[in-house]
Design a protein around this ligand. Structure first.
Ligand SMILES: [Zn+2]
Length: 322
């Protein structure tokens, strides 16, 4: 990969947050003298996790196997692409950085449909090694519990089912706002409805599920102007409620819970076909407007354009965000 490709990731030193300079074996920070190796196409910018784990790397291999077919992943990637195309008219002039890219299925899907990808980062080497086999983009290993080492000037940042894994989601949103250029866009998906929170969320290291109004408030508090804010996966709400009722009668050990989680990732033909049909119908509804319930929420928000790139009134949505 060329230096120019790496420069689009806009990685900074995780210690002092100044821009890095590249040489043959990796990158170096001038001010603090730190060196960060580039091994197997993955830039190692991790210093060590802060706080409790945010993810269980156990699931990456399963994800890689099923995410191209499983109705949940298929619906999510379609909803994301539709929302981006609807809310970001100059999508083809932007380059996306995927923060917390997991096994990279969504990234690969967007890239295959014409979205330029500037790079991705994740806190797990297991995930980045899978992504590297699927998409040739700059990849950085970063820390959980710390803000990602990205510098300013981005025009499209994505966090697909990441925010709910963070203790300080408000801090992350303020950070995203600070590293986006004026007119820059963030696209997010999160699990919805706090009343659905159960031991599956705990097992997935979710800190919370979101109300739609709460996500809007947090985005606006960080300075964003909200363009798209909708629930999706409405057909899953009754299903999740039923599963929660049944799960009271099932064994509660960690191993049993993990087995059940694995079961949810299985692609069972009849159920998967039904799920895909229901969610394909929902996609048509979403193209016309937004949904008031559904087990996930999608948001597309912009940093209001106050720089030369975006004159007043253009691309700033509702201005100050109120
Ligand atoms: Zn430094």
């Amino acid at each position: 990969m060329t230096d120019e490709a790496w420069s689009r990731l806009r990685a900074v030193c995780p210690r002092c947050r100044t821009a890095l300079t590249a040489d043959d074996s990796g990158v170096m920070c001038g001010p603090c003298g730190a060196r960060y190796p580039l091994e197997g196409g993955i830039l190692r910018l991790a210093l060590g996790r802060e706080g409790a784990p945010g993810y269980d790397p156990h699931f990456f291999r399963t994800l890689e196997r099923v995410e191209g077919r499983h109705f949940w992943f298929v619906a999510r990637r379609e909803v994301v692409l539709d929302a981006l195309r609807r809310a970001v008219p100059d999508l083809d002039r932007r380059a996306l950085v995927d923060i917390g890219c997991g096994s990279g299925g969504l990234l690969q899907y967007l890239r295959d449909r014409g979205v330029t990808v500037a790079g991705a980062c994740d806190a797990y080497l297991e995930s980045l090694e899978i992504v590297r086999r699927r998409v040739a983009v700059p990849l950085a290993l970063v820390d959980e519990g710390r803000l990602p080492p990205l510098g300013p000037g981005h025009d499209l940042l994505a966090l697909f089912d990441v925010l709910e894994h963070l203790d300080d989601d408000r801090g992350m949103l303020r950070f995203l706002h600070s590293v986006l250029a004026p007119g820059g866009v963030v696209v997010l998906t999160v699990p919805a409805h706090p009343f659905l929170f159960d031991d599956r969320d705990e097992l997935a290291h979710h800190r919370r599920r979101y109300r739609r109004g709460e996500l809007r408030e947090k985005l606006e508090e960080a300075g964003f102007s909200v363009r798209v804010l909708s629930h999706f996966m409405a057909p899953l709400v009754p299903l999740l409620l039923a599963m929660r009722a049944v799960s009271r009668f099932l064994p509660r050990s960690r191993r049993h819970r993990r087995d059940r989680q694995q079961l949810e990732f299985r692609v069972v033909p009849v159920i998967n076909g039904l799920g895909r049909a229901l969610l394909a119908a929902e996609r048509q509804v979403l193209r016309l407007g937004s949904l008031p319930f559904g087990s996930s929420i999608i948001a597309v928000a912009t940093r209001p354009g106050d720089g030369p790139a975006a004159p007043e009134g253009l691309g700033s949505g509702r201005g100050g965000g109120r």
